[in-house]
Write a protein that binds this ligand. Structure first.
Ligand SMILES: NC(=O)c1ccc[n+]([C@@H]2O[C@H](COP(=O)([O-])OP(=O)(O)OC[C@H]3O[C@@H](n4cnc5c(N)ncnc54)[C@H](O)[C@@H]3O)[C@@H](O)[C@H]2O)c1
Ligand SMILES: [Zn+2]
Ligand SMILES: [Zn+2]
Length: 352
C-alpha cells in the first residue's frame, strides 16, 4: 500500500510500504476512506515530538471500513464502517476504567501516528479495535464524523471542560486553528458572555468569528492583554485556553487569566515554557494540561448528528489521498490558503 512516512524533521514522503497485518487478537485492519492532518502532525515534522521515529506512518484521525479483525474482536466485522479515534483504549487498565483513555497503561492512548503506524495511509492497523472505534451512524457524513476523531473532543475536553467554562464567563482562546475553533464552538454550548479569539492570521480570525468568537485580536498588531482587561473591568479572562503549542502563547494565556481564573493548555509543546511563579504565586490561578481522552466522543457524536454542532464548517479543502503532500502545503500555509481542516479521501482506483 501507499502511506505518508515520516523521515525525520522536515521530511516526509508518500511511500510504498507493506500492508498492515493483525499482530494482536484485538486488532482490526481498517481501509482508510477519509483522513485529515492535525496541527500535531506539523509539530512532529518540526521535530517537537521526538518519540516519533523515522519510518513511522503519520496520522491519527480516520473514517474507514473494517476489512479484517483479530480473533479477540467481538463487536466489529469486515464491512463495518467506523470512526477511528486518535485515542486507542485497552478498556481494562486503571485509567481506561476511569475514562482516562489518553493515559491507557496497556498500549493504548495516543499511539496512532506516534508510537505505531497511523492513518495517513490506504490501510491502518487499529489496536483494541472494539474499544478504539465508533460505528458510523446511518445518514451521517464521513467528513463530519472525521472531525470527531480528534479536534472536537480535544477542544471540548482539554480546552472547555478542563478550563471549567461556565455561563457568563469571558473565555480567551489563543490560537484559532481547528483545535482553537473547536474550543470556541464548544465553549458556546455553555453560554459565555464573551469569547475572545487570538491569532496571528487574519484568515483564521475571520473563521473564529464565524465559529462564534465575539472579539478577535491579531496579537501581531494589538495587545490581547489590554483588550481583555478593558472587556473585564481590568480583571482578565475567567478561562484562557492555549491552542498553539508555543512558549510565548502559553505565557500569554497565563497573563490573560484573571485572579482565580483557569488556564487550560491544549497545545503540544516541544520547548520549555516559563511559568512566572514570581508573578503568579499570589493570583490563585489553576493551570491544566492534558492529552485528549476522547471520552466525550459519544456526546459529541450526538451533538453533530443532531445538528447542534456544525462539524461541516471546519472543512475547507478536499484532496484525493494521493495528493496528501499538497494537502500538507495548504494546511501549513493556513494564512495564505485559508485552510482549516483538509479532508483526504480514498480514490476508487486504489481498491486492492
Ligand atoms: N492536547 C491534545 O490532546 C491535543 C490534541 C490535538 C491537537 N493538539 C495541539 O493543539 C494545537 C492546535 O492544533 P491545530 O490543529 O489547531 O493547529 P494549527 O497549527 O492549525 O493552529 C495553530 C494556530 O496557532 C496560531 N498561532 C501561531 N503562533 C501564534 C501566536 N504567537 N499567537 C497567536 N496565534 C498563533 C496559528 O496562526 C494557527 O492558526 C497544536 O499544538 C496541536 O499539536 C493537542
Ligand atoms: Zn491531532
Ligand atoms: Zn487502558
Amino acid at each position: 500500500m501507499r502511506a505518508l512516512v515520516y523521515h525525520g524533521p522536515g521530511q516526509k514522503a508518500w511511500d510504498e510500504v507493506p500492508d498492515p497485518e493483525i499482530t494482536d487478537e484485538g486488532d482490526a485492519i481498517v481501509r482508510v476512506d477519509a483522513t485529515t492532518i492535525c496541527g500535531t502532525d506539523l509539530h512532529i515534522l518540526a521535530g517537537d515530538v521526538p518519540e516519533v521515529r523515522p519510518g513511522r506512518i503519520l496520522g491519527h484521525e480516520a473514517v474507514g471500513t473494517v476489512v479484517e479483525v483479530g480473533d479477540g474482536v467481538h463487536r466489529l466485522s469486515p464491512g463495518d464502517r467506523v470512526l477511528v479515534s486518535c485515542i486507542s483504549a485497552c478498556g481494562t487498565c486503571r485509567f481506561c476504567r476511569e475514562g482516562r483513555y489518553g493515559q491507557c497503561l496497556d498500549g493504548g492512548g495516543w499511539v496512532l501516528g506516534h508510537t505505531i503506524d497511523g492513518t495517513q495511509a490506504e490501510y491502518v492497523r487499529v489496536p483494541y479495535a472494539d474499544t478504539s472505534t465508533y460505528r458510523i451512524p446511518d445518514g451521517a457524513a464521513d467528513e463530519h464524523l472525521l472531525m470527531l476523531a480528534d479536534i472536537l473532543p480535544t477542544g471540548y475536553e482539554v480546552g472547555v471542560l478542563a478550563g471549567g467554562v461556565r455561563p457568563g464567563d469571558v473565555v480567551a482562546i489563543v490560537g484559532a486553528g481547528p483545535v482553537g475553533l473547536s474550543a470556541i464552538t464548544c465553549a458556546r454550548l455553555f453560554s459565555p458572555s464573551h469569547v475572545v479569539a487570538i491569532d496571528l492570521s487574519d484568515a483564521r480570525l475571520e473563521a473564529a468569528r464565524k465559529f462564534g468568537a465575539d472579539v478577535i485580536v491579531n496579537d501581531g498588531r494589538a495587545d490581547p492583554v489590554a483588550i481583555i482587561r478593558d472587556l473585564t473591568g481590568q480583571l482578565g479572562a475567567d478561562v484562557a485556553i492555549e491552542a498553539v503549542g508555543d512558549p510565548a502563547t502559553f505565557e500569554l494565556a497565563v497573563k490573560l487569566a484573571r485572579p482565580g481564573g483557569r488556564i487550560a493548555n491544549v497545545g503540544v509543546h516541544g520547548k520549555p515554557a516559563t511559568l512566572h511563579l514570581e508573578e503568579q504565586w499570589i493570583r490563585d490561578i489553576t493551570i491544566t494540561t492534558g492529552l485528549v481522552d476522547a471520552s466525550s466522543t459519544p456526546t459529541l457524536m450526538r451533538l453533530v448528528t443532531t445538528g447542534q454542532l456544525d462539524a461541516g464548517q471546519f472543512i475547507t479543502h478536499r484532496f484525493g489521498l494521493t495528493h496528501i503532500s499538497k494537502a500538507y502545503d495548504a494546511f501549513r500555509d493556513a494564512a495564505g490558503s485559508g485552510a482549516l481542516k483538509v479532508v483526504l479521501t480514498r480514490e476508487e482506483d486504489e481498491d486492492r
